[in-house]
Design a protein around this ligand. Structure first.
Ligand SMILES: *Cc1c(COP(=O)(O)O)cnc(C)c1O
Length: 302
């Protein structure tokens, strides 16, 4: 497997009485199937960064993330698959035993370093970066969540050039995924924030896509209490969606994205005859942390 290989992200049509009633056609792009461990959009975001790291002859890649981070998990696995040493700077204190995300990361060969929340906030300052390089030697640094210009080059490949959807739905964290999509399509793009209070996201996206403007809308009312929370209504939606379509959505991003689409559809905010694409960005490894903390039962472990 090589970074430049074409990815396998099938698009499947979803059927439901609500869709026929509202006269829309709905498709889901399965980026969650790209790789079992280098999850969906994280593959897209890492692709050109790792090609660049190779071109710069780096053998070590360093990044940042929280203890349950999909990005940390994906980079750790990518390091093993593509032959990089990886270093993960983790926010907060070390907990033993390691949670499933970090345990995998270590098993993939990632070296973990914990820093307190205060210092973590300064992780992008030149002084801190300088200190990291002094401590770890030459390394290619990928920002938290993997979002930078090269990430956008990768996420701009999510939508097939010949695709002709009226609306595209995608979840938002740091906005790297949606920004690449907006740059590469003329469809209207709906981004669903998984964070509480995502009012700054619109501005972040405009900065990332400059000088483009794009046709997009950020939905901030579907965070279900915020990042990492899991409300009964959300869990119920995930179960029904799985029973109906045989597709498992992740608890942090895609369940909120799909819920938002259903809600807009029910409220007649999606025009009839629309062809809609929902992008499943992956993140299923995240379930294990919820199961471990007793927030979800084991039926969500795939
Ligand atoms: C990281 C992540 C996102 C958010 O992507 P951004 O580019 O940070 O907006 C969405 N879905 C999944 C599954 C993720 O892991």
């Amino acid at each position: 497997m090589r970074l430049n290989d074409p990815v396998n992200a099938p698009v499947q049509e979803l059927y439901a009485p609500l869709f026929s009633q509202k006269e829309v056609r709905v498709f889901m792009q399965r980026d969650d199937l790209i790789h079992p461990n280098i999850s969906g959009n994280k593959w897209r975001k890492l692709k050109y960064n790792l090609l660049e790291a190779q071109a710069q002859k780096h053998n070590t890649v360093l990044t940042f993330g929280g203890a349950y981070s999909n990005h940390i998990h994906a980079l750790a696995c990518a390091g093993q698959v593509f032959g990089f040493k990886t270093i993960g700077i983790i926010r907060g204190e070390a907990h033993v035993p390691l949670n499933p995300t970090l345990r995998d990361a270590v098993n993939f060969g990632m070296q973990l370093h914990y820093i307190d929340r205060e210092l973590y906030r300064q992780k992008e300052t030149p002084a801190f970066i300088k200190q990291l390089r002094a401590q770890f030697g030459a390394c290619y640094i990928v920002p938290e969540g993997g979002t930078n210009e090269l990430a956008l080059k990768g996420t701009a490949e999510i939508i097939e050039p010949k695709a002709n959807y009226d609306a595209i739905f995608v979840p938002i964290g740091t906005a790297g995924t949606i920004s690449g999509i907006i740059k590469s399509t003329t469809s209207k793009v709906y981004g669903v924030s998984s964070l509480k209070g995502g009012t700054f996201l619109r501005e972040d996206i405009l900065n990332l896509i400059k000088p483009h403007h794009g046709n997009f809308e950020v939905l901030t009312d579907y965070h279900f209490g915020g990042y990492g929370k899991l409300k009964p209504k959300q869990l119920d939606f995930i179960k029904k969606f799985r029973a109906k379509h045989n597709i498992l959505l992740d608890p942090i991003y895609n369940s909120k994205m799909a819920f938002a689409f259903y809600d807009l559809l029910q409220k007649d905010q999606i025009p009839t005859n629309s062809k809609v694409l929902l992008i499943h960005t992956g993140g299923l490894q995240g379930w294990r942390g919820f199961v471990q903390r007793g927030i979800a039962d084991e039926s969500f472990l795939m």
